[in-house]
Design a protein around this ligand. Sequence first.
Ligand code: PLP
Length: 442
Amino acid sequence: MKSLVERDRACLWHPYTQMLTAPPPLPIVRAQGVYLYTEDGRRILDGISSWWVNIHGHSHPKLNQALAAQASELEQVLFAGCTHRPAIELAERLLAILPSGLTRIFYSDDGSTAVEVALKLAFEYWRNRGEPQRRTFVTLRHAYHGDTVGSMSASEDSVFTRPFAGLLFPVVRAHAPYCYRCPLGLRRETCRIDCLGDLETKLREHAGSVAAVLVEPMLQGAGGMIVWPSEFLAGTRRLCDQYGTLLIADEVLTGFGRTGRMFACEHASVRPDLVCISKGLTAGYLPMGATAATEALYEAFLSDDRGKTFFHGHSYTANPLACAVGLASLDLFRENGVLDRVQRLETQLRAGLEPLRRFGDVRVIGGVGVIELESSEPGYLDSIGPRLYRAFLDRGLLLRPMGNILYFMPPYVISDTEVEWALQQIDEVLKDELSVNHLRAL
Ligand code: PLP
């Protein structure tokens, strides 16, 4: 009989892999807690929460049970003209924990569509309010907001977006607070968040024509795992108010405790006009996105003029199975003191990664530990990434460095001993792989 890998090779096309040089996919047959189990009998620690989605561990009995119970009641129904209890309850509970001022939930399918919805809502909001000239989006350098055309447009010009450049709409890009590679050549210890000045300049230059500023609060993910000083986030809100524009927080990665707070905006007590969530929303079980909006935004669409309706919807909008798992996941947050667990994880990561500063910049926020390795070819295509990936996998640890950006982002249920073990693997692999030859090449 053919193995899963052989059968996969004959019919599948995976995201982000170079077809000729990519290692074979891992044939996963089951997963439990923080571990993935392969067809050929390996046990691998999921050190990246299966692309940042898993929070309570794989195949959690309570989530499994919520899913099964919902499946036997109502598995799916269209959400245009219908409603159901799981969608209502999840919206009520999300609005109770999201930053205050948000009163409406618009469901979609994943992180990219949550961002796409926010962009379209902001765009149409100004049109409905009779200010159609407000159509420009301001985003940040190193941003990553997804792979659909709108979310790619808002993202940094990078390997992810370059082949599609001709397809994308123009945006205005302002400096990100990337302290390790400060765009102004300053040092965090002495700077006054001067990089915010670029956002202000851009807002002034485009005054009256900006629809919204879109940011990944506190942690820019795929663009380099860049951890922010919270002052930058507070300053962004201040500037949006000053220039009368909307603030969209893309919390697709940061939401649901990843940065140590339920939502990253809490680090600066910021109240955005729109918030995009996904990933941890269903604890990594089912694809679902949501965009939360203020009542002012919602009201701009309330009209007898059908031309002002928000014409956006997906077949699986507010899928009841996903909503039911989302609700059960929120229960687990309460029952298991999950946010306290993430804070302990942060302390352990800070202590454990500090000695690795000799390899580059160490950044930690909540349950995310990052080492930006010194490199002569920094960026996603740095060849150190695939080498480290293989070396970690040989030791039973799934990490997927983005070029020279190595990060560890496990499900929160990981034990202290498992964190210790993972940190030891990181230390040993870096010692082996970043040999004298590599360092000499820098
Ligand atoms: N926004 C952010 C901040 C993300 O990190 C991602 C994915 O990593 C997305 C949007 C896109 O989410 P998805 O891959 O679910 O479409």
